[in-house]
Design a protein around this ligand. Structure first.
Ligand SMILES: CC(=O)SCCNC(=O)CCNC(=O)[C@H](O)C(C)(C)COP(=O)(O)OP(=O)(O)OC[C@H]1O[C@@H](n2cnc3c(N)ncnc32)[C@H](O)[C@@H]1OP(=O)(O)O
Ligand SMILES: CC(C)C(=O)C(=O)O
Length: 559
């Protein structure tokens, strides 16, 4: 039995934070935080084959294009690949003036010195020091007391201060992470951070970045928000610190935790594009930024061409972005199910009619076009789909706007095809089903229009004469009516004994590409009370209506 019937013997509930007057629940996010991408560090350390310099450069350029201003470019002491990439980037002059790079180091003297060496010549840089502070790490990893663990941080901070002093040409910024903050005693995290601040002497003009990692996400996101609010409220010299968040996604709420903690007063968010990072990943910067965007807040990150971002991220990480990943996944704007399709189609139509820029399309929290996605894939058809689905596809693909009642008539044809094929129906499948159901653009039909002409008689009626092939045999035909359609109906009745009564008629210009054709739809009743539909498509709207009558006649004789 791998799962325990009583998990409480092995796992304990996470304790509450002693905060009775928490402020964050009533706050909202009204401005973007400072964003730091750790794709090239936390992301890179979590992939099977860490990126080479080519991939790191490509990712770096992407981050700059997206608008990220703080980029953790690596862990210089990890090895030559990392060191050379970082020092090469610094020397290349490719770091824009408004972008600052950051590097991470353990709090070990040699590693800190190596980290500074990698940044030699940088205009500005952030050196990020970390050591774990929570009980399990203190006891298991370091085998140290609280005081000894605090001293690791203090010693590291002193080395940082001294190394920075040796390279006065660089505008140095310091960041300290009490790693495992999320599972540490809050007062101890505060104690260690205060000790580091004492060494580095930050000021409001030159603050330290205190990064509070949920190294392992161990509780509901409200707990992390409480922890951050508690930390901020109890930190002396708060004005000399930038409070930064670094969440992981072990419980699947890495973004939620960062959002709530931002409401708790943090200033900065670290994360990765599409949530790469250790284990279940870091806070997804795309999701968090676009969550803000859908609340009307400019996140100051630009995902206008999200597919290009995905392409680069997938190439560099050698990991796919999941089809259901918020905002970016291939399927996240796609509705297969009937009621969703119906609502989305109505939503788009309403959006077109209204003169209101506010987005109000059901089931779509964001306009896919804002991210460079087309509407074509929004609705796709399978056996779970409804009328709205194929009607949308026919409209997008063929420009046909089927009358509502005709959609109901065509629906069983599509449903049958979907059930028979047992797969998604593409636009060509639906078009084939449509042509076959209404005898459109096919030679295989009972009545085939060869030619016709129509003239007005002296009594005002219309006279139609022409040639119709009946099962391949051409026949001269003629008829008279009050209008073109009734003259065709009387021709069919007189020539072939087929009496059809018009119930409804609509026509429209086709709207795809540079098409200048028209479509005509005809609802008819047969003498035995059946309702049948005819469709005509032609460059000439009059001929389209003639074809629609013949299409209905073909339906009548084919049963
Ligand atoms: C939560 C995070 O994501 S933190 C970032 C983690 N990222 C990485 O580790 C990627 C890059 N790291 C590396 O390439 C390697 O770890 C190196 C080259 C930096 C160091 O390698 P090694 O010297 O073999 O040390 P290793 O990483 O295994 O660490 C083990 C030692 O460092 C100590 N240590 C670990 N973290 C820290 C820290 N933040 N500060 C000080 N000491 C630390 C451990 O207690 C252990 O000490 P011990 O040998 O006395 O038991
Ligand atoms: C080094 C820190 C910020 C980290 O990656 C973590 O704790 O997850």
């Amino acid at each position: 039995m791998p799962m325990l019937s009583d998990p409480s013997v092995k796992y304990s509930p996470f304790p509450q934070v002693p905060l009775t007057d928490r402020q964050w629940p009533t706050r909202t996010i009204t401005a973007p935080p400072r964003w730091l991408s750790t794709d090239l560090r936390d992301g890179n350390q979590a992939i099977v084959d860490p990126m080479d310099a080519h991939k790191k450069n490509r990712f770096f350029d992407l981050l700059v294009e997206v608008g990220v201003k703080e980029i953790e470019v690596g862990f210089p002491s990890a090895g030559a690949t990392e060191f050379d990439f970082i020092s090469g980037l610094v020397k290349s002059g490719r770091i824009p003036d408004d972008v600052i790079v950051q590097v991470l180091t353990q709090s070990r003297e040699d590693l800190i010195r190596t980290s500074f060496a990698s940044l030699t010549g940088a205009r500005a840089a952030i050196v990020h020091l970390y050591n774990a502070v929570s009980p399990a790490w203190r006891e298991v990893v370091f085998g140290m007391t609280k005081d000894q663990v605090r001293d690791i941080a203090v010693h590291g901070a002193k080395v940082m201060r001294d190394e920075a002093g040796k390279q006065p040409g660089t505008d140095w910024h310091f960041q300290y992470s009490p790693e495992t903050f999320s599972t540490a005693e809050l007062d101890f995290s505060l104690e260690v951070c205060e000790a580091v601040m004492e060494v580095l002497a930050p000021t409001p003009e030159h603050p330290i970045i205190l990064n509070l990692p949920a190294t392992v996400e161990a509780a509901t996101p409200n707990i992390y928000a409480d922890q951050v609010e508690y930390f901020i409220r109890n930190l002396p010299k708060r004005e000399s610190a930038v409070i930064s968040l670094h969440t992981h996604n072990d419980r699947g709420t890495g973004v939620a935790a960062a959002e709530l903690a931002l409401m708790a007063g943090a200033d900065r968010v670290e994360g990765c594009l599409f949530g790469n990072g250790e284990r279940t990943g870091n806070c997804c910067l795309v999701t968090m930024a676009l969550n803000m965007y859908t609340q009307g807040v400019d996140p100051k990150l630009d995902f206008s061409d999200i597919d290009r971002v995905i392409e680069t991220v997938e190439y560099c990480n050698e990991l796919p972005v999941h089809q259901r990943h918020p905002y970016g996944g291939e399927l996240v704007y796609t509705a297969f199910s009937g009621s969703h399709q119906d609502a989305i189609k109505k939503g788009f139509a309403a959006n077109e009619l209204q003169n209101d820029p506010h987005w109000r399309v059901p089931y779509l929290p964001i306009d896919p076009a804002d991210l460079g996605r087309s509407y074509e894939a929004v609705i796709r058809v399978n056996s779970q789909s409804g009328k709205g689905g194929f009607a949308w596809v026919l409209e997008q693909d063929q420009g046909l706007k089927l009358p509502k009642k005709m959609q109901a008539d065509f629906s069983p044809h599509v449903q049958r095809m979907a059930d028979e094929l047992g797969r998604e129906l593409g636009a060509p499948d639906i078009w084939e089903a449509f042509k076959s159901a209404y005898h459109v653009q096919t030679e295989k039909k009972h009545f085939q229009l060869v030619d016709y002409e129509e003239r007005r008689a002296t009594d005002g009626t219309r006279l139609l004469s022409g040639t119709i092939a009946v099962q391949g045999q051409e026949q001269s035909v003629s008829g008279r009516g009050n209008g073109l359609i009734s003259s065709v109906l009387s021709t069919i009745e007189e020539s072939f004994g087929l009496a059809l009564e018009i119930v409804d008629y609509t026509e429209h210009a086709l709207t795809t590409g540079r098409d200048s054709r028209a479509a005509a739809y005809l609802e008819c009743r047969t003498p035995d009370g059946r309702t049948i539909w005819g469709v005509g498509i032609d460059e000439d709207v009059a001929t389209a209506s003639v074809r629609a009558v013949l299409s209905a006649a073909n339906s009548a004789v084919s049963g």
